[in-house]
Design a protein around this ligand. Structure first.
Ligand SMILES: *Cc1c(COP(=O)(O)O)cnc(C)c1O
Length: 408
């Protein structure tokens, strides 16, 4: 008897969560392989295979530094963006407290690697000012200037926001800090490889980056620190990284990071042009969904970032149904200990709790096609309608029992 064939529904597979992590590029993978099976020596060893690894490591440092416009001595390799953020902030705080300066300025919508480190310092007696973020997802150099006090030891403001993609006026903020003699750190994890960076031109004293956000490997990053600023060790041990970060260097990952960074910088213009066109097509399509709004400025945003709020739905269900349609996306709300906390970023730009819960981030990659963009628009529209039809909250909005938050 002939077996009946079961047809699997053909769906597209679209990865639209590049702000969470990216697929490694072939170049990055290829550049790592020799350092796993041939040049596997410990860079601290004196024999040839160790010294070859050491040479590669220092060459990678030169290449990373070149991409940022700094000196190789100003680059410290870390385990990623979180460690770089911790190291930068703790170092500036330790330098500050020695001079009796225990005030730090940041914003309400930083990454948790920054916010949680600041909370730790607050418990130690530091005074932390978190600047309000405007509705468009931007802070201004004027806000920074007004907040700086004689006892301010650090300003830490992210380059581009990981949820809503808005790009801060980093060079101008850096200028304010430099004029007032305050150290300026920026979490540039979302920016490196995607936006032009020159730490000197932009008056940046410290900058964090992470390879897996620009098609490099996970678990590797770097901190740029302007010469003259003394780092505090977070990890004690050997004398690696000029004694500032103990532990045998992850040579393969560092090679992958350098290659991915060079590739991203070389292709930046072409990638940006393509991504902006795709992003704007997606924004235009999603704007047609009733009672939806884009989060963050439409222009001053990362080329690949789209983030919307939809009234009357809940982000987590949206994600699960989009996953059924082959789309990997992200929502602002994170399920913590059973309760759904809306995104601190969306709350910071003034979104009320009920719409902050209904958020969706689509962060597209360079290989996205128009067909995929149109499939995402259609899928999101379908899923939003489906969820609204089941939602008691939406019924109240339709019947007028509850007021709409968005105009249309
Ligand atoms: C991803 C991310 C980090 C954390 O980087 P890891 O390498 O994952 O530790 C920090 N800040 C921002 C803005 C990020 O997007």
């Amino acid at each position: 008897m002939k077996k009946e064939r079961s047809y699997q529904k053909v769906i597209m597979k679209i990865y639209a969560d590049n702000a969470a992590t990216t697929k490694m590029s072939r170049t990055a993978i290829q550049s790592m392989l020799p350092y796993m099976d041939k040049v596997y020596g410990n860079p601290s060893s004196l024999y040839t295979i160790g010294q070859e690894a050491k040479e590669a490591l220092e060459d990678a440092r030169i290449r990373v530094a070149f991409c940022l416009g700094c000196d190789p001595k100003e680059i410290t390799f870390t385990s990623g963006g979180s460690e770089a953020d911790n190291m930068a902030i703790i170092s500036a705080a330790r330098l500050g407290e020695r001079k009796g300066k225990k005030h730090i300025i940041s914003t309400a919508f930083e990454h948790h690697a920054v916010l949680h480190t600041l909370n730790k310092l607050k418990r130690e007696g530091f005074d932390i000012t978190l600047l309000d973020v405007h509705q468009n997802g931007l802070v201004t150099p004027e806000q920074v200037a007004e907040a700086i006090r004689p006892e301010t030891c650090l300003v830490t403001i992210m380059y581009a926001n990981n949820e809503i993609g808005t790009i801060q006026p980093i060079a101008e903020i850096g200028k304010v800090c430099r004029e007032k003699g305050v150290t300026f750190h920026t979490d540039a994890v979302q920016a490196v490889g995607h936006l032009p960076i020159d730490v000197q031109e932009q008056n940046i004293d410290m900058l964090s980056l992470s390879a897996h956000k620009f098609h490099g490997p996970k678990g590797i990053g770097a901190l740029y620190v302007k010469r003259g600023i003394r780092l505090t060790n977070l990890i004690e041990g050997g004398a690696q990284e000029r004694g500032k970060r103990a532990g045998t260097e992850n040579v393969p990952a560092i090679m992958g990071m350098a290659a991915a960074m060079e590739e991203a910088v070389q292709n930046m213009d072409a990638n940006t042009k393509k991504l902006v066109a795709m992003r704007d097509r997606l924004i235009e399509g999603l704007s047609q969904i009733p009672y939806s709004e884009l989060n963050g400025d439409a222009v001053c945003r990362l080329p690949g970032n789209v983030n919307f709020c939809f009234e009357g739905i809940e982000g987590e269900s949206l994600l699960l149904l989009l996953d059924d349609k082959g789309i990997s996306a992200s929502s602002g709300s994170a399920c913590t200990s059973g309760s759904l906390d809306p995104s601190h970023v969306l709350l910071a730009i003034g979104r009320p709790h009920e719409v902050a819960h209904g958020s969706l981030r689509l962060s597209i990659g360079e290989d996205i096609t128009e067909e995929e963009i149109d499939y995402m628009i259609k899928s999101v529209a379908e899923v939003v309608e489906y969820l609204r039809n089941m939602s008691p909250l939406w019924k109240d909005l339709v019947s007028g029992k509850r007021q709409h938050i968005f105009l249309k």
